[in-house]
Write a protein that binds this ligand. Structure first.
Ligand code: ANZ
Ligand code: ZN
Length: 809
């Protein structure tokens, strides 16, 4: 008998699929479109089992959708720019391009060996100048529209990576990649004005019905919309005013001091004649060393300093002291806070520490009071105003309305909306990224590179010393002519954040060869949005937000008709080993080659998909892979050993089947329904277990040789077996394609339509349940398979024999 030889059949079918180009997507097909996409990988080293699981989930879905009559677009590519390649260049003296292309080629080889059904004709990698040209083009369009601009900004500076880090790349005050301490530096930087879309990006979250709730909440918090008031506080004995942003103007009578961020520009003026100037400047210097996260961490002891200045509260007319403290951030609101210790916890802690007065102005209800001396924490809820002059007795909501009205009338304040979202800092002082297409001219200032001169290509004559930006070492790159006056120009050496590349790559896949625009707008409108996007939760905020921003901006440029890039989003879990995520640095990585050599691709895929629900983490185990391999052998043998019993007859009369045959038919159709529903919802593990159950049932059926003697027995068995192979195909495509052909089918299984079930067979599906009461059998009932417990109870309780026992009891 023929033995299951995974390697032989996997290579055989991969070759056939490739030769017949069956996964190549036709842009002109009449079928409904389905764009299925996994977040493209970063090519460092080679794929481990974590990646394999991610892509296997996407591959199952693509194969499933294809079989369900969709024209599926399923491409892949590489997020090929970034720091690791540059670090490799510094360490090992390999050019980043060589390092990256070597990794890409290794990974492509792995992906092909894993049988993923990508349309390889659409392969892209972002370090290709044919790709990054369009990053530059988009940058120029953004610049024209004021969506790209330059400003001096304090930036996080990693002195080890010699680069600027975005706030979100600073984890607990350390560089997200090299883990060393992050400092601060003032630099001219390029920004994308994502804040212009803050409101739309927030509102769109409601439309994203197919996104996980947790991702939407993370995005909402990141955008961080607050409605409040900006109120001006006059500085005593001067004509300076300090505006402060508050969401609780109802607490204005409870203000007992004010806090400025150490970076606040007014401080210089305020401390000009201060005798403690040195001490204050020293304090400021020390705070600036701390990271944003450290400064705002909950429960963190707050540090402040009094600067010997006072301000006047425009409502209570009281005069209160001005402090500088670490817990106020320079780039939120106005960088100044009206402190209300009785009603804000941070202010409360600060006031306790520095012995500042606490004044209650909000109580929970009319008949309740709060004693300042006994307060253990701030009372932060809305309530009723007290000690607030003419506003006493109002609810917080009403008071906010009335006080805003008063301030606007007096012109000392106004309602405002504040977002936590900041503009996107895209400048990187690195080589391995897209050059920002700008030239500096002594005479003309900032001059954008003319469109015809794109791409601005990365030069080869660079040195990777590990210090500064390697681009600055290239003579051929920096010196250039000013496109406007022809005079001497200097090329921008900043490159773009790699998140720029990934903000629109899904559009490039649609027409990867297109040469007059980043993508063909007509086809993009037909293919967009991505119907199903699959990727890690680590991209829940930035990548998804930036992609949404790009899509909107491109729509406003009339290049797209949709403004949402991803219709549905699925976030898969990680593969862990010994309880922790696989990572090179921990040395707990399992590579697919080690496993494929022994068990084959199909068993590896099956194991990765079966062991836990795809959205949950899963633990790698050698025992588990062995189990998956044994199951595939069972399926293999079931077909091979019974080949002679198979029939070409497909008709049967359901009513005339015997009991076991009926069960085979019912289970077959039930399994079709279950697997279909499950794959649709990404319940891949339960889909596989129902296929295992069907396999077990078929083994039971052939245990009795007589079952396969009758025509009806052969027919229902053949039908069930073919269905099993058919349904299993998205998970383990190679073995199924082989068994399908062994069973005499001439059409490729990969090209077959998905099986359909007959609801007639499902309806009649019943199981017998034995009723026990206090351990004694009291009767039998027949109920539909999968009947909910409540329905079973209802049927059971109607039986006389059962009633007797339950009613007495
Ligand atoms: C007075 C007040 C009283 C406040 C009260 C809160 C409660 P969200 O909701 O996150 O927008 N704030 C304003 N600017 C700040 C800055 N640069 N750094 C740190 N904190 C700042 O928070 C708005 C509140 O955060 C503002 O309202 C202000 O404190 C503080 F019972 O003003 B509140
Ligand atoms: Zn010029």
């Amino acid at each position: 008998m023929q033995k299951y030889n995974p390697e032989e059949i996997e290579l055989k079918w991969q070759k056939i699929w490739a030769e017949k180009k069956i996964f190549k997507t036709d842009n002109k097909s009449e079928k409904p479109k389905f764009y299925n996409l996994e977040m493209y990988p970063y090519p460092s080293g080679r794929l481990h089992m974590g990646h394999v699981r991610n892509f296997a989930i996407g591959d199952v879905y693509s194969r499933f959708k294809r079989m369900n009559g969709y024209n599926v677009l399923y491409p892949t590519g590489f997020d090929a720019f970034g720091l690791p390649a540059e670090n490799a260049a510094i360490k090992h003296k390999i050019h980043p391009k060589k390092w990256t292309m070597d990794c890409i080629n290794t990974i492509i080889g792995q992906m092909k060996r894993l049988g993923f059904s990508y349309d390889w004709s659409r392969l892209l990698y972002t370090c290709d100048e044919k790709y990054y040209k369009w990053n530059q083009w988009i940058f120029l369009k953004f610049y024209e529209r004021g969506l790209a601009y330059k400003k001096i900004a304090p930036v996080n500076w990693c002195s080890s990576c010699k680069t600027v880090l975005a706030n979100e790349q600073v984890v607990d005050g350390k560089c997200w990649r090299c883990k060393s301490d992050v400092g601060e530096k003032q630099l001219e930087q390029w920004f994308f004005k994502i804040t212009e879309y803050a409101e739309e990006l927030l509102n769109d979250l409601k439309k994203l019905k197919g996104w996980p709730e947790k991702v939407k909440i993370m995005q909402e918090n990141w955008i961080g919309k607050s409605e409040g008031t900006i109120i001006d506080f006059p500085v005593k004995d001067s004509n300076l005013k300090i505006p402060a942003f508050t969401t609780r103007i109802d607490t204005i009578f409870g203000v007992t001091y004010m806090v400025l961020a150490p970076e606040h520009h007014i401080i210089n003026e305020l401390i000009k004649e201060n005798e403690n100037k040195e001490k204050i400047l020293n304090f400021i210097k020390n705070v600036k060393k701390k990271s944003r996260i450290e400064r705002t961490a909950e429960g963190k002891e707050k540090e402040g300093i009094f600067i010997n200045k006072y301000f006047i509260n425009p409502l209570s007319r009281e005069s209160c002291p001005i402090y500088i403290a670490d817990y106020v951030l320079p780039d939120y609101g106005t960088g100044a806070v009206m402190a209300v210790p009785a009603h804000d916890q941070r202010d409360f802690e600060f006031a306790k520490k520095y012995n500042l007065p606490i004044k209650v102005v909000i109580v929970p209800s009319k008949d309740k009071t709060i004693e300042e001396e006994n307060m253990k924490e701030a009372f932060t809820d809305y309530g009723i105003l007290v000690n607030s002059g003419e506003f006493n007795g109002l609810s917080s909501e009403n008071a906010i309305e009335k006080i805003n009205y008063y301030l606007e009338k007096e012109k000392t304040g106004k309602r405002t909306i504040n977002y936590r979202l900041r503009d996107w800092l895209i400048s990187r002082q690195r080589y391995w990224g897209t050059p920002i297409p700008v030239i500096y001219c002594q005479r003309c200032g900032i001059v954008p590179v003319p469109e015809e001169e794109l791409p601005v290509v990365l030069p080869e004559d660079v040195e990777f010393t590990g210090r500064g930006n390697p681009l600055e070492t290239s003579k051929t790159f920096i010196d250039c002519k000013c496109p406007e006056c022809g005079g001497k120009g200097r090329r921008e050496t900043d490159t773009m954040d790699t998140f720029v590349d990934s903000s629109w790559y899904f559009l490039r896949f649609i027409t990867p060869q297109y040469s007059s625009l980043p993508f063909d707008p007509e086809l993009a409108n037909r293919w967009m949005p991505v119907d199903q996007y699959i990727g890690g939760i680590e991209h829940a905020i930035l990548h998804l937000l930036y992609s949404r921003f790009f899509t909107k901006a491109l729509k406003d440029m009339n290049l797209l008709s949709v403004d949402i890039p991803f219709k549905k989003l699925f976030t898969q879990g990680m593969v862990t080993k010994d309880g922790v995520a696989m990572s090179k640095s921990l040395g707990n990585v399992v590579f697919p080659e080690e496993i494929i050599g022994k068990y084959g691709v199909d068993a590896s895929r099956l194991f990765l998909l079966f062991t836990s629900p795809p959205e949950k983490d899963m633990e790698w185990s050698d025992k588990g892979i062995n189990g998956a391999y044994r199951f595939l052998n069972r399926v293999w043998n079931l077909v091979i050993e019974n080949l002679s019993k198979l029939t070409t007859e497909s008709q049967f009369d359901f009513e005339n089947l015997n009991k076991f045959e009926k069960e085979i038919v019912r289970t077959t159709d039930h399994t079709i329904k279950k697997v279909t529903d499950d794959i649709e919802r990404f319940h891949l593990n339960t889909a596989i277990s129902s296929l295992m159950e069907l396999t077990n049932l078929l083994y039971r059926f052939i245990l009795e040789p007589d079952n396969l003697k009758s025509n009806s027995g052969k027919t229902v068995f053949t039908r069930a077996l073919k269905t099993l192979i058919h349904l299993l195909h998205p998970f383990t495509p190679h073995i199924c394609e082989e068994l399908w052909s062994i069973m005499g089918e001439t059409k490729l299984l990969s090209l077959m339509n998905w099986p359909e079930y007959n609801t007639e067979y499902l309806k009649k599906e019943e199981v017998t349940i034995v009723i026990q009461i206090n351990g004694k059998v009291r009767g039998n009932i027949n109920v539909p398979v999968n009947a909910p417990e409540s329905e079973i109870k209802e049927i059971a309780l109607k039986l006389n024999n059962i009633k007797k026992y339950t009613e007495k009891g």
